[in-house]
Ligand binder design. Structure first.
Ligand code: ZN
Length: 247
């Protein structure tokens, strides 16, 4: 079974549709690690698309704030502004769908998925010491996480934590990880709608765990197209600009 692993789409329909077109026929089922909305101009269209492709989805912090399930008080002013804009613009049935998303971690097939960390869905896992807790808590060999918008991951083998980087060079679309049976993996597919690792291309993964492979993809999309819609919607300038830098 090949799983398309999406995360942090952030209401960017241009990026999501480009990715879906690019990998058409290469996956059987799809999962989403949260933050379907927030930051971007297309909350309804992205929720509609995720429901249409029947993605098994867990909630992210922006889904909680955008739906009104959580207040956005711990967000910075720019993110709070868009959370409230999202809440105003979501159709009632989409707001309800976001509100009902399950909290990670959950198990899908042979792997697990979580938005942030195992013990706290809102925790950012940037460093090996933070990853260790989740690697030890994991009840599967492979766990996918999001939230940081950084494609990469961590391994636990022989009581040592390792760091993985996947960055296919420009001109290529993906690099492949071959998993080892004695290693535990915490893998981040990166962000579809707002990459932050200096590479502006959409990031995601395709996992074929019965064949021990995970592909880490980067796909360019029409950034100006989504920036125009953000400007028309009156979304904050810093959010529009950062897409051009992948930061
Ligand atoms: Zn996010």
């Amino acid at each position: 079974m090949r799983y398309l692993i999406l995360s942090d789409i952030h209401a960017n329909l241009t990026a999501l549709d480009t990715v879906l077109d690019t990998v058409k026929g290469r996956w059987d089922k799809v999962v989403c690690l949260g933050d379907v909305v927030g930051y971007g101009p297309d909350p309804n269209e992205v929720v509609d698309r995720i429901r249409e492709i029947d993605a098994t989805t867990i909630r992210g912090n922006h889904d909680k704030a955008g739906s009104g399930l959580a207040n956005a008080d711990d967000f910075n002013p720019v993110a709070r502004n868009v959370a409230l804009w999202t809440r105003d613009h979501l159709r009632p049935e989409n707001r309800e769908w976001l509100e009902k998303l399950p909290t990670g971690p959950i198990t899908v097939d042979t792997f697990m998925m979580v938005h942030g960390a195992f013990r706290d869905e809102d925790e950012y896992v940037f460093a090996p010491a933070q990853a260790l807790d989740s690697l030890l808590d994991a009840r599967a060999q492979v766990t996918f996480f999001g939230h940081t918008h950084l494609q990469g991951g961590f391994t636990l083998f022989d009581n040592k934590v390792g760091v993985l980087h996947f960055k296919p060079p420009a001109g290529t679309n993906f690099s492949t990880l071959t998993t080892d049976v004695e290693t535990t993996y915490l893998l981040n597919p990166g962000s579809i709608g707002q990459p932050r690792d200096g590479d502006t291309r959409s990031a995601f993964a395709i996992a074929d765990l019965s064949n021990n492979t995970v592909e880490f993809w980067r796909v360019p999309y029409d950034i100006e197209d989504v920036q125009k819609r953000m400007a028309t919607a009156g979304l904050p300038e810093p959010l529009i600009l950062r897409l051009s830098f992948g930061r």
